[in-house]
Every structure is written in structure tokens, then in C-alpha cells.
Design a protein around this ligand. Sequence first.
Ligand code: KIV
Ligand code: ZN
Length: 531
Amino acid sequence: MTTTEPTTTDRVVIFDTTLRDGEQSPGISLDQGEKLEIGEQLARLGVDVIEAGFPVASQGDFEAVQAIARGVSGPTICGLSRTALADIDRCWEAIEPAAKRRIHTFIATSEIHMANKLKMTPEQVKAETARAVAHAKGYTDDVEFSPEDASRSDFDFMCEVLQIAVDNGAITLNIPDTVGFAIPTEWGARIAAIRDRVKGDYIISSHCHNDLGLAVANSLAAIEAGARQVECTVNGIGERAGNAAVEEIVMALRTRSDQFGGIDTNIRSEELARSSRLVSRLTGYPVQYNKAVVGRNAFAHESGIHQHGVLNERTTYEIMDPAAVGAGESQLVLGKHSGRHAFADALAKMGYDIKGDALNEAFKRFKELADRKVQLSEDDLEALVAEEVGDTVRYRFSLVAVDCHGGSNSTPTATVVIDAEGEKLEATATGDGMVEAACTAIRQATGIEGRLTDYSVTSVTGGVDALADVALRFEVDGHAVPGRGLATDVVEASARAFLNAINRTVRARDTGASLGKGDRPGSLGTTPAAI
Ligand code: KIV
Ligand code: ZN
């Protein structure tokens, strides 16, 4: 069997052109190994046809198509070819090793393309079509023909050309909206009208570009109008604004099968996310965060109301199951819009069972941090819990504000405002660095004397907005009391850590408790004098 299994009426052939039209995107250049890797993934994804390239375009293209024809099994392997007979010969040579192969030949039918690009008369275009399709048919039964720029072609003339293609053996008529000019209702009507006008046994295909952001909508309109093949690419990559995105077409058909009369594809949708990641990585084209189906936010919820809804019942705000596209689970992103439910749920998943006042305190602090940092990761939460929730005893002092200034030309100065069980304490101090100034101001405000001995700062997560996690020791009463602080700003994190150590000291003094084991003076790192 050399042809692609034609469609039953409820199946749409997925013709993937990631490696041909997608690879024509500005700045994308895949080597043979990369093309093979994508080809293998497309086979896993379950596409019916892989358009592997344009063999006559270059020796590299030819070899890549040949490698895919040799190495990728499952889908039909297709090569693109202009109508020149030498192009078709080269195309055949490249795809011949495949078990199932297709020649896709095309010529433009719009006035604008015929006059300005081809410099051919309509009669010449008809003759070219007949000759090319008949020649391709000599190699394989599976011949596809496209009238390029179909959406801007004179309808009667285009249908004449299509009829010639069918009469010479084309079994797929692919109708390209080459410049992304079509509108869904118009496109659907054009597809239906072709079916009425062009006689014969063929499958209609739609190939839509995304210049107006309508490629997927137009492809779906074409399916509703009777098209049983769509040409598309992973992540919608392709010339200019790209092609129709395979993941969106597939999931629209599945999610709204009620609207499409149960028409489906052979795609294994659980492979969509992986295909997207692979293509993005190898092409260097990032996937926009809010991209439908495969964007990193496609199943992420940040607002408290949405998170609460999803926690109670996923379908409250999700029309697709993320697992169905291989995207794992819904994600509740912790940010400034998140609510207490999602916060408590995230902590519970991390193994922290926190309730009551401790939860309220931690949530308050979480909101403060989230206001300054776009998203909080699990690592951030872990650090926050260690700082806030690990110790549920109320401390005497809490930091209200730390304000510092100075730099290479002026002395570092810090002013701190501290709440001491309802009383406001304020002090200003200078130091060799901002951290030292802040710690001195805290010492003055609280009246607790001691020495900062060890200091280390780590960034909890990467990036410029990473949380600073400061650990230090405060040498007092012959002990080195540990302190820990967390903030997006390193001086604030240090002030919090310092105050934490002071609070522990005060509590130990008040309760007569031991400062605990491991609190003898030791070394954590360097002192912060010059920070
Ligand atoms: O957009 C287009 O017209 C094409 C054809 C070669 C099918 O990519
Ligand atoms: Zn195209």
C-alpha cells in the first residue's frame, strides 16, 4: 500500500509540515540529526503524513528528507516539489526509501503570483499542472496538488486547475491560504464550493497561514465544510506568522466533538506537550507563555477564586485535562493573586500541616513576598516555612521597615522600624556596608547587645528576583544564636535574620530556656561588614 489511508468520514488526516513550512521560518535551520529527532517524535505523536522537506532546495534538504524516509516509520513521508519535472524526480529520489511516500506538487493560481512570480499565463499554469501531476503519478499513486495562493485566486480558474490535477491523478487537493488572508466563514464556503465544482475521487485538504491569527479557525471551518486533511505544524511555526498549530486543531476537535460531529484524528494527544518542547528546543523558537494547549500557563491558575475552584473541582476552570496533552497536572501558581486555600494546599503537598494562627502568619508573610516577586516556587515556600512557621511561638520584635541608603561616595546608613508588642521602636545607624548598618540599627532599637559572628546568604531560586535566604549567628551570653531571614532584598533578609536571632535570645532569657544544642559559637561563613 503506497497511499496514505484515506479518510473515513469521521477522520481528519493530520499532515504535519513542521519540517518543511515550519523549517522555512526565519532563523530556523535544523540539521539532519535534529530533523530526524523531530520526525521520530511526530511518528510517536501519530501524525499521518510528515512533509519532511523540499528536496530540490539544497543538498542538505535532500539528505534530510532521505534520512527521514529511511529512518522514520509509521507516517507517510512526503516531499514538496514545484512543477518542474527535475524537481519531481529529485523529490521522488529523496522519499523513495520510505514505506509510504507522497509527492506534493504545487503551482500558484492567483493573478498576482502568476504575473509577478511565475511570469506565466493561466494557460501555461494549467499545462504545468497536468504535466507535473502525471509525472509524479508515474512514481507513486499518492500525489497531492496545491494551487498556491488559493485564497486570492479567481475561483473559476482555480477550480479548472484543480480539475486538471484530479484528472491527471492527484488524490489530495490541498487548498492553501498562503498569505493568511482568509476569514473562517469565507474559507469554509470556498472549501465546500470546491467540493461541489471539482469532480472526482479526492480528499480536500486545508493549509492555513496565521497572518491574521485565524489559521486554526480557518482550518476548523474547512473541516466543517468537508476537508478531511489539515496541514499544520507543532507550535504553529511556519512562514511569517506561522501555520495552523496541530495541538490546537486536535484539541479543538476532541474538546468540542459535539460541534464537529465526532470527527477526530489519529493523534496521541498525550505526546503534544513533549512534541512542543522538542520543537521549541531544537528550533530555538520559544513557546509563548499563554499559548493554547502547550503554553506553560495553559493549565496554570494564579487568582485565588480560580485556584479555589480548581481545588474543589478541576473542570471549574479547565476545559481540557492537562494529562490528556501530556502536561502533567494543573498548576496552582503561587503569586500575589493567590488565596489562602491554594497556599495551604501547596504547603500540605509539601508535607506541612499548618493551621490557625501559624497559617495566618505565614499567609500574611507570603502575600508580602508575593507582592514583590512575580511567582513563588516550592523552594521559596520551603524557605518561608522554615523562617515563619517552623517556630510558632510569638516573638517580641517584628520588623516593620528597613530603609537604607549610601554607596561608594557616602556612608552606608540604615533606619529600622520595629514593632515591640505594639510599641514602635526606631533607630538609624551607619556601618561599613548596608547589612552591618541595618544590624547595628536593630541592636540600638532593641537594646540587645551581642556580636554578629557568622553570615551566609543563598539565593533560593535563580533569577534577579530570587529570594535571599540569610543565615547568621549572633554571639550573646556565651552562645551563638542562629537567625534566619528571607526576603527579595538581601538587606531586608539580613535584618530579618538578625532580628530572628535577637528574638530567640530574648525568648531564652525570658523563659530561662537553654539556647539549645548546636548554638555554641561556630562558623557559617563570612561576616557581612562590606555588603
Ligand atoms: O503556503 C503555501 O502555499 C504552501 C504551499 C507550498 C502548500 O506552503
Ligand atoms: Zn505554507
